[in-house]
Design a protein around this ligand. Structure first.
Ligand SMILES: Nc1ncnc2c1ncn2[C@@H]1O[C@H](COP(=O)(O)OP(=O)(O)O)[C@@H](O)[C@H]1O
Ligand SMILES: [Mg+2]
Length: 228
């Protein structure tokens, strides 16, 4: 296993990340959960973590934006201050870089399973499709910041925006992004659909409109199909 540290990118060519990309099996894999606010992601993450911990795996449960002291501080700014789309994208990728360098890459290098509540697909869906920010610029930032690192599996909790809004309204006070109107979330959902279509091997779409138990069964089916 090579050093878990990220190398500093050169002026034009990002250096490869340490360690193999897309390692197989439940050990040393990188799993993300995605979907619009209120889709049910957080409701299922702990159960997934417990399933793997019960098998003796080290599970790092983390989230984006966030996951390190610096990235959590950036998250607070991101969620509560007004800013333009480019600032939003730069802030979230800055947080992601710190998270990768400090936490995710070292965890994967020592064989842990990393379970992350949102990652780059959310940036494409929210800042790209939701805000209309340039997807090509996001792809450039993705390449620079991640240097080839992608999740091994992305569980996409797909839910219609109206149902998600009802669930949020019943559960919590909206943050800056959650306060956006339904048509914003419809664009975000379409953004997730585009990312899933572009990388079907990585994405597992879950119909998040069912009961908690029905969604849980779908999550289990996806994991069991991989022997995870
Ligand atoms: N399948 C479901 N049916 C009904 N309510 C749900 C379901 N999944 C989650 N919820 C509820 O909806 C709210 C939002 O769920 P949460 O897991 O926080 O979503 P997210 O993390 O995707 O924003 C919570 O109050 C949760 O209990
Ligand atoms: Mg959540």
């Amino acid at each position: 296993m090579t050093s878990p540290e990220l190398t500093t990118p050169g002026p034009s060519t990002p250096a490869p990340l340490a360690g193999p990309v897309g390692s197989a099996g439940p050990a040393s894999c990188f799993v993300t959960v995605e979907g619009i606010d209120g889709a049910g992601k957080t409701s299922h993450v702990d159960a997934i973590a417990e399933r793997w911990r019960a098998r003796g795996l080290e599970v790092l449960r983390t989230r984006e934006p966030g996951g390190t002291p610096l990235a959590e501080a950036l998250r607070e700014l991101f969620l509560h201050r007004r800013m333009d789309a480019l600032t939003e994208a730069l802030l979230v990728f800055a947080a992601r870089r710190d998270h990768l360098v400090q936490v995710i890459e070292p965890a994967l290098a020592r064989g842990a399973v990393v379970l992350c509540d949102r990652f780059t697909d959310a940036t494409f869906a929210y800042q790209g499709s939701g805000r209309g920010f340039d997807l090509g610029v996001l792809a450039q930032l993705e390449a620079w910041v991640q240097q080839g690192r992608q999740p091994d599996l992305t569980l996409w909790f797909d839910l219609d925006p109206a149902t998600a809004a009802q669930r949020r309204a019943a559960a919590r006070t909206a943050d800056r992004l959650e306060a956006e109107p339904l048509d914003f979330f419809a664009r975000v959902r379409a953004g997730y659909a585009g990312r899933a279509a572009a990388d079907p091997a990585r994405f597992a779409r879950l119909d998040a409109g069912g009961t908690l138990e029905q969604v849980r069964a779908q999550v289990l089916a996806v994991l069991e199909a991989r022997g995870w």
